[in-house]
Design a protein around this ligand. Structure first.
Ligand SMILES: Nc1ncnc2c1ncn2[C@@H]1O[C@H](COP(=O)(O)OP(=O)(O)OP(=O)(O)O)[C@@H](O)[C@H]1O
Length: 900
């Protein structure tokens, strides 16, 4: 047994042992912990050094202090050793390899120093763009200067560039951007790169050395408040370029250009200077969209202090101090320094040289002849009509009229060049589409004769072969506009009928189904069309309905409207009925035009003279295309084209309606073989003469009513001359009665002409008129009774014993004559006077009438109660034949004096 003391000793020893073991264990844990802590410190230190870069770390006070600790000093040495080892491997060939790489990827002006290329104008046609563009030099931190290597960034067709400035280094950033742009502009043939500049802070003043480029359209400076417009314009451009590439069977503009070996559409480089803050959401979204889709359409962004996220290839240059930056091309450990920029005046001279070269290259400004194709009249209009109307920096800008853009609306104040635009467009179309493919109906409500030259005239016998109808000076003859619309709706019905027959819906399909049919596209041009809606009357009402119908249904039937106006805003009647305008998806705005583009689209306000905004997207901003319109009105332009086209073919002459001239009876086609008495020319697209049937039935007499003597005489004479022509001498008898001495000369002349032709004429000027003529005879008799009311003095006398007056006899003659082919054409100088003559018997025996200066309201009783909407105007008459008319025709009395 152990003693008590021994036992305690052993316990003590065990405890000591345990304590020792515990101490040991604890010490080990502490050491391990310490070691772990040291490793952690070392790793953190290494990381901090890496983050800062060796060069900066060396100067950093915190790092310097940490380097004092032995454990970290070791790490520092290790990092240095590793760097040295790596660098030793890179040093001999790294920079050189990079130099060679950049030289290959950035040839010529894309990579060499500016004194090698500045002020030399580029010749490259841009089939393929250099992959990289030099921006500066860089050096791996702490490496010697001779190890500097060039830094280049991808741009055109490849990537966008973002530049983040440092405080107060805007001038360095400006120089970097300016030099880069000069490289781009100097590499290619001038014109292949166009720059858009937007600066949130300045309207002018950004990149001042490049300003000379603006004169040639190579640089466009945008309003700081109008980024929306710029982004919309870019979006529209991208869409158009995309469509163009698709037409060529490619997905990007770049591939089209590579295939063709030349740039078919300039690159757009868009430089945006922001303030470091995100753009408002909508703009930011739009910008991201442009970034995403722009590259394939040749649009490159250079965003300075405009945040842009990388949803497309994007490189970044981020300045860390005023002279140095890091770049996404080289990584954070490499110090980038922009190249020295050329002196401002040198840069500006180079920009001027580029602009001057382009201007010289464009040669004389593009002219009307440049709108014409090499071969005339070779295109088919089956799918659409397409022709250039102007140029944007030498590149043609087209209008397309087809199923997607069926109708056009053109606006611009007086003198802004609307008519000239129409000529440019008509010229482009007429030069491409033969008359079998395109028919033109041209109407001008302006005072003047703008389209008259398209129809044969006295001085120039030529006409535009595609023109079917030309209406000029129709400003007071709104009925003519109505007639044109009616004609178009009839043609629409004809086409719709054919389409139904063939079970097709579109013109292109109809043409395929009926290849032998005649289905040209019809373009109806109405200049100053607002005149058609100028009154609050029946014409405005009907025109609105018809126009809407043509606009709606014409789309698929190849019937197209081109409506021009100085004042679209003025046609308020329409804004409440937007159907017509909605169908006019092609909008053309001349400088200062109002309302024709969408409300947010102000492109027309800043438009220079002789330019137009061509917009195929109902006027929304992204549809804008600005073009210079060549002079198409001067001698030797449109007229020369017309002469060529006319000389080439045996086309039919268009009909000409000229509201300022009375048509000559002798020249009326109907006068060659008159179907009956000709009363005047109907205001209608056919330009036919109004006539009346003279069947042997009651009521076939005619009253001419009104005091407008010249017009009344014209009508009475046309009736006489045409009847005299219709019937061979001896087959009919004429009575020519006139009780008014002042008219004798003219009436006697008429009687003499008839006699000279060989007709039997019963000419009376005195009271013998009251004896009248029998109500039947051996031959038909035409009684031309001038100023009937003036003969009342004799007609009212009652002769005993019968006490029957001449008036009674006249009533009987009117009543019974026609059935026996004795027809009376009487002229009364007022409705009341006519009624005096007719008495209580009513107006049944006057089956037809022509009214001159008589208000519509007075005529209602003569038209079976129908409301006659007629405001008299000189040299116009209204003709109503109860047996054939549902509504009266407006007619123009013929000029009969020249017609013998
Ligand atoms: N692109 C152009 N280049 C040169 N001259 C032009 C051009 N466009 C128009 N002009 C000239 O300007 C004048 C007015 O043009 P135009 O008749 O086309 O204007 P408008 O808008 O139709 O005016 P209005 O409605 O008063 O007739 C004409 O003498 C025409 O020759």
């Amino acid at each position: 047994m152990l003693g008590r003391g021994e036992r305690r000793q052993r316990a003590q020893d065990a405890l000591d042992e345990l304590r020792k073991a515990l101490r040991l264990a604890l010490g080990a844990a502490q050491a391990t912990r310490q070691a772990a802590q040291t490793t952690k410190d070392q790793l953190e230190f290494e990381q901090a050094v890496m983050r800062l870069g060796l060069a900066k770390a060396r100067l950093d006070p915190e790092i310097t202090e940490l380097r004092g600790r032995p454990a970290l000093a070791k790490t520092w040495d290790k990092v240095i050793a590793e760097r040295d080892e790596l660098y030793a491997r890179w040093h001999p060939e790294g920079p050189e390899r990079l130099r060679r790489l950049v030289a290959a990827a950035a040839p010529g002006a894309a990579g060499s120093p500016w004194h090698d290329w500045l002020s030399k104008v580029g010749e490259d046609t841009g089939g393929v763009a250099p992959a990289m563009w030099r921006v500066g030099t860089a050096v791996v931190e702490e490496a010697p200067r001779e190890d500097e290597f060039p830094v280049a960034v991808p741009l055109l067709d490849r990537a966008h560039l973002r530049v983040n400035s440092a405080p107060d280094n805007r001038s360095v950033v400006d120089s970097l951007v300016e030099t880069l742009l000069l490289r781009l502009m100097s590499y290619f043939r001038p014109g292949l790169v166009k720059v858009h500049l937007w600066d949130i802070g300045h309207l002018t003043g950004s990149l001042p050395n490049l300003q000379p480029l603006t004169s040639a359209g190579l640089l466009t400076v945008h309003d700081p408040t109008r980024l929306d417009d710029l982004l919309a314009e870019l979006a529209g451009h991208i869409r158009r370029v995309h469509a163009k590439a698709m037409r060529e069977g490619e997905t990007s503009l770049r591939s089209v250009c590579v295939t063709k070996g030349e740039r078919i559409e300039p690159w757009r480089v868009v430089v945006l200077f922001g303030n470091g803050e995100r753009l408002p959401d909508e703009q930011q979204r739009e910008l991201q969209r442009v970034a995403r889709t722009g590259i394939d359409a040749g649009v490159s962004l250079i965003c300075v202090d405009v945040p842009l996220s990388a949803n497309s290839p994007l490189e970044t240059i981020a300045f860390t101090d005023s002279r140095h930056a890091t770049t996404s091309m080289t990584g954070p450990g490499v110090r980038f320094r922009p190249d020295d920029a050329p002196d401002g005046s040198l840069a500006s001279r180079a920009a001027a040289a580029i602009a001057a070269d382009l201007v010289a290259r464009r040669g004389k400004p593009r002219t009307f002849d440049d709108l014409l194709p090499e071969e005339l009249g070779k295109l088919s209009s089956k799918e659409e009509l397409r022709a250039p109307v102007g140029f944007a920096d030498g590149v043609p800008v087209e209008v397309v009229i087809g199923d997607a853009t069926p109708h056009a609306l053109i606006a611009g104040p007086s003198g802004s060049g609307k008519t000239n635009f129409l000529y440019a467009m008509l010229g482009g179309l007429a030069a491409r589409y033969p008359p079998s493919e395109l028919e033109l109906y041209l109407l001008d409500f302006k005072e003047g004769v703008s389209f008259a030259g398209l129809a044969p005239g006295r001085k120039d016998p030529s006409w535009l072969p595609q023109a079917r109808l030309v209406g000029v000076n129709v400003n007071t003859d709104r009925e003519f506009g109505l007639a044109l619309l009616r004609f178009l709706t009839e043609e629409l019905a004809r086409r719709a009928e054919a389409a139904k027959r063939q079970e097709v819906t579109k013109l292109a399909e109809l043409r395929e189904a009926e290849p032998e049919g005649h289905w040209p596209r019809i373009v109806a041009v109405i200049d100053e069309f607002q005149a058609l809606f100028g009154g609050r009357d029946r014409i405005t009402q009907q025109a609105t309905v018809l126009l809407e119908d043509v606009a709606r249904r014409g789309r698929s039937q190849g019937i197209h409207l081109v409506l021009a106006s100085q004042d679209i805003a003025g046609i308020e009647a329409f804004w409440g009925k937007p159907a017509v305008f909605e169908q006019c998806t092609l909008r053309i705005a001349m400088p200062k035009a109002k309302r024709v583009l969408s409300e947010t689209n102000n492109a027309a306000f800043s438009l220079p003279r002789w330019h137009a905004v061509i917009n195929h997207d109902s006027g929304v901003p992204h549809g804008n295309q600005v073009a210079h319109i060549p002079d198409a009105s001067a001698k030797g332009t449109f007229d020369a084209l017309q002469a060529r086209l006319w000389a080439a073919g045996n086309s039919l002459a268009p009909r000409l309606f000229d509201g300022a001239h009375q048509p000559l009876l002798a020249e009326s086609p109907d006068f060659t073989d008159p179907p009956g008495p000709l009363l005047g020319q109907i205001i209608d697209v056919e330009c036919r003469a109004a006539t009346m049937a003279l069947d042997a039935v009651p009521g076939r007499n005619l009253a001419v009513i009104g005091t407008a003597t010249a017009d009344a005489l014209s009508i009475m004479e046309s009736i006489t001359f045409s009847l005299a022509r219709k019937h061979s001498p001896g087959s009919v008898d004429f009575s020519i009665w006139c009780a008014v001495p002042a008219l004798q000369e003219r009436v006697t002349r008429l009687a003499k002409i008839l006699t000279a032709i060989g007709h039997a004429v019963d000419h009376r000027t005195d009271e013998s008129i009251a004896k009248l003529a029998p109500a039947s005879g051996e031959r038909p008799r035409y009684i031309l009774f001038f100023a009937v009311d003036a003969a009342h003095q004799w007609l009212e006398r009652k002769e005993p014993p019968a006490m029957r007056s001449g008036l009674d006899d006249l009533r009987a003659l009117l009543k019974n004559g026609p059935a026996n082919h004795v027809h009376t054409f009487g002229w009364w100088r007022g409705v009341g006077r006519l009624k005096d003559t007719l008495g209580f018997g009513g107006t049944d025996d006057i089956g037809a009438w022509v009214a001159l200066d008589v208000q519509g309201a007075e005529l209602n009783t003569l038209a079976a109660g129908q409301v006659i909407d007629w405001a008299p105007r000189p040299k116009r008459a209204i003709y109503f034949d109860k047996s054939t008319h549902s509504s009266p025709d407006v007619i123009i009395p013929f000029d009969t004096v020249e017609s013998e």
